[in-house]
Ligand binder design. Sequence first.
Ligand SMILES: O=C(O)CCC(=O)C(=O)O
Length: 281
Amino acid sequence: MFSSSVISGEDDDVVATETTMARAITPTERHAFARDGYVVLRRFYTEDDIARLNAALAAAPLPTVDEVGRQLARDSFIWRRSPDVASFACDPLLGEAAAALLGVGGVRLIHDVLLEKSRAHVPTEWHRDRDFWSMTSGGAITMWIPLGPTPRSMGPLRYARRSHLARSTAPLRRIFKLAIPARFAVASYDLAVGDVVAHHYETLHSAGRNRTETTRRAFAIHFMDADATFVESSGAGHREHAARCDWNLIADGAHFPNEIAPLVFLARSASKPVALSESCS
Ligand SMILES: O=C(O)CCC(=O)C(=O)O
């Protein structure tokens, strides 16, 4: 299936530009995501799509790489600097897949992030994205796209199966993190070029060491329910993320504006339409 990217819009009009081969979500994948809190989408993209994404990332100007502890190197908001990267991050077909998995009528882009883990990096700590993203409503989702073959020896994401169902708001203490493998079934997968893994923002996830000499590279795109509203929070993780994403400019309880979190996909049948006045371009 071909897709076009959001470029501009009056109401819910979508203007065509770049194309990808991202495919639709199957009922089995939707069921697995609801049950487990994550799903592996095999052959979601073509190899050509991933080659184009790699080329777009390599050509994107002004890398602003920072180290997350000693866990990985990251560069975020690349879509704002590169229209070619924006055509992936704001691809309505990807947005439609994210909305289908979340079970919502539309999604907004939170941000994109290039994640690089070399042999020198330590494992990515167990965490839940909900502890960084403060919002109401239908929640949020990450689409984690490996940029090359990513066998388990390279430390792809690993998930605590069904941990999203706990809905606990308690902070994750070190003792709890240590007990995760005993409390949940932990799963990770060998990933091929074109595969994507998606996880819910309540799902506990981490990543092991990269035991190879090749840097593990992935492009993660984070989406939220289009109808979500911002919730002001005093939590350190929430405050740090709000500052990175300009969410601190949004009033407590307000909807996310398109300039900060562009609307990427809106189902025509969505019962509460959101005006598409801005775009990812
Ligand atoms: O790539 C990693 O090791 C961590 C990424 C992550 O936690 C995420 O994309 O939600």
